[in-house]
Design a protein around this ligand. Sequence first.
Ligand SMILES: *Cc1c(COP(=O)(O)O)cnc(C)c1O
Length: 373
Amino acid sequence: MSRIYLSPPHMGDQERTLLLEAFDSNWIAPLGPHVDAFEREFAAKTGVANAAALSSGTGALHLALTILRVGAGDEVLVSTLTFAATANAVTYVGAQPVFIDSDRSSWNINPSLLAEELAACAKRGKLPKAVIAVDLYGQCADYDPIREACGRYEVPLIEDAAEALGGSYKGKPAGSLGSMGVFSFNGNKIITTSGGGMLVSDRKEWIDRARFLSTQARDPAPHYEHSHIGFNYRMSNLLAAVGRGQLRVLEERVAQRRSNNAFYREALDLPGLEFMPEASFGRSNGWLTCLTVDPARFGAGREDIRLHLEKLDIESRPVWKPMHLQPVFKECRVRGGEVANELFDRGLCLPSGSSLTAEQRARVAMEVRRVGA
Ligand SMILES: *Cc1c(COP(=O)(O)O)cnc(C)c1O
């Protein structure tokens, strides 16, 4: 039996055809017709006017902060329960992340704590230069109160939708809820280009700026002329071709992952196991199915399950370790933190790939049950 992965890439014929077409056209380098087409198709899919295809989601976050002129000594409020890339990008521009705890109803940034922190910052006379809300495991944060709080202090909102492509909030696509949206096409995401990212916004001048900065900030001149520091963050035409193929099957991928989620919920409806709630305000893309384990009620802990699965060559993973617990961010301020701490202590992500078979997920559920029995 072969290993069951957490979230492996899932490619099809369209991706292969488009990639070979790009290869044969000799448009290999960054720029090319597939990059332009991928941006257009992606913007249409996410309901945003403009998109810039980049080499990673991390690069997209870095550019978003750069375009908002976040710099040395500034603060940026960030969900504490996230992948490190969200907070790392803040440090790339010389700013400090300030972490905000999760809300139990969605595991995403708690809008009340966010509003409290913004009020405290205003009182201190130093507002953050941006807020980054993360759409965890495919589920959008609660954007109405988040936007209200950011709007009150005129602080721009970046939506880190790296995990949430295909999800939605009150009918609006994930990634379209902030001033700018960030996506990732890393190998484990719902669609992948092996590595890649996208920055989206309704403001054309910001996305034009992202294209300029991501291609080494060349001023218009026949020679190489530079009046700004640029980056090498553009997506290659080959990878954009793969991305276009993946985008065409996005709805199928969402349906497959949501079906895994529905299956696990039914098969593991046991005392002591609680699935990540799907908040009434949105629809998750089902990227990863996560649950928490109460050892007293289930009869075994999160690590017991994870290690048992690993022995059987089944990959599962603890929920993200909150940023405020990371040694590298231990000096940073945090508002709350207990909810994220508990989700980390007890949370487990189950194999959730769109290519997971019915037999495989049944086997995963059976083995999880066995640990508690
Ligand atoms: C994957 C991910 C990123 C980073 O994307 P890369 O394309 O791997 O650089 C950023 N934020 C979150 C929440 C992610 O899950």
